[in-house]
Design a protein around this ligand. Structure first.
Ligand SMILES: C[S@@+](CC[C@H](N)C(=O)[O-])C[C@H]1O[C@@H](n2cnc3c(N)ncnc32)[C@H](O)[C@@H]1O
Length: 227
C-alpha cells in the first residue's frame, strides 16, 4: 500500500491538494509574531511523507516538521526520501491517539485522509494554533466507486460540528478531473484507498480490467482553530 501510494502521489495526481496545503501553511505562518523562530507542524498520519516533502519545497518560511504514522513501513519510506529536504524533519512511528509531543507545543497539525483524534490534536496545539483536516468529498473518486460497487451509498451530509477545544475557521472544496492510464496506475489508486478492502472480488476484478479511467478528485479542506 505504501509503495502504491508513493507511485501514485509522485505522478502528481494530488499535486493541487499539496499546493493548497502549502498556501494554508504560508497564510498561517504570516500571522505568527515577528519573533517566532519557525512554524512547527505535525502531519498526523503522514503516510510516506509526500505532503511534508511538497511543503518543504514550496513554502518560503522556516518550518519545524514532524511526520507521524502508525505504519512503520510508511515512516521508513518517508525517512528514506527525506535526505535532501528539511533538516528539521522528524519521522516518527506512533499513534494519533498518543502523540509524542508536549502539550501546547505546535503551531499547526495536518490530518490528511487520516484518522483524527481531536482530543490529542487539541492537547498538542498552542492556543490559536490551526488544524487542517483534508477529507474525501461526496464526489471523490466517484467513477471508481461506480465501477467497483453495485450501488453507491447516499452522499454524506456536509454539516460539521466543532470538536471540543476547536472553533470552525472555514473550509474549501477542491475539485478537479484526472485521467489514469494503465492497469498498474488504476491498481495503485485502488490499493491506497479503503475501497480495496470494502469492494467485492467481482468489483475489484472490474477495476483491474480497466486500461484507463477518468476520475473526479473532490476533497474538503477544513480549518479548525485551537480555542
Ligand atoms: C489514507 S492514508 C493517508 C496518508 C497520507 N496522509 C496521505 O494522504 O498520503 C491514512 C494513513 O493513516 C495512518 N494511520 C492509521 N491509523 C493511524 C493512527 N491511529 N495514528 C496515526 N496514523 C494512523 C495509516 O497508516 C496511513 O498511512
Amino acid at each position: 500500500m505504501v509503495a502504491a501510494r508513493q507511485r501514485f502521489l509522485q505522478a502528481g495526481h494530488y499535486q493541487p491538494v499539496a499546493e493548497a496545503i502549502s498556501r494554508y501553511i504560508v497564510a498561517w505562518a504570516e500571522k505568527q509574531p515577528l519573533d517566532a523562530e519557525s512554524f512547527s507542524c505535525l502531519d498526523a498520519g503522514c503516510g510516506e511523507g509526500y505532503y511534508l516533502r511538497q511543503l518543504v519545497s514550496r513554502v518560503p518560511v522556516d518550518l519545524a516538521l514532524i511526520g507521524l504514522d502508525i505504519s512503520k513501513w510508511a515512516v521508513m519510506a518517508a525517512a528514506r526520501q527525506d535526505n535532501k529536504h528539511s533538516p528539521f524533519s522528524r519521522w516518527v512511528v506512533g499513534s494519533n491517539a498518543h502523540l509524542p509531543v508536549q502539550q501546547a507545543a505546535l503551531d499547526g497539525v495536518l490530518c490528511m485522509f487520516g484518522f483524527p483524534v481531536y482530543r490529542e490534536f487539541a492537547r498538542v496545539l498552542k492556543s490559536g494554533g490551526v488544524l487542517l483536516q483534508v477529507e474525501a468529498g461526496p464526489q471523490h473518486l466517484r467513477e471508481l466507486r461506480e465501477v467497483i460497487y453495485p450501488q453507491l451509498k447516499p452522499e454524506r451530509s456536509a454539516a460539521l460540528e466543532a470538536p471540543e477545544g476547536f472553533a470552525y475557521l472555514g473550509e474549501e472544496t477542491l475539485s478537479y478531473p484526472i485521467k489514469l492510464e494503465g492497469q498498474e496506475t488504476i491498481a495503485d489508486l485502488l490499493a491506497m484507498t479503503p475501497h480495496l478492502y470494502r469492494a467485492s472480488a467481482e468489483g475489484r476484478a472490474r477495476a483491474a480490467a480497466l486500461d484507463q479511467l477518468a476520475l473526479t478528485v473532490d476533497v474538503r479542506l477544513i480549518q479548525w482553530e485551537r480555542s
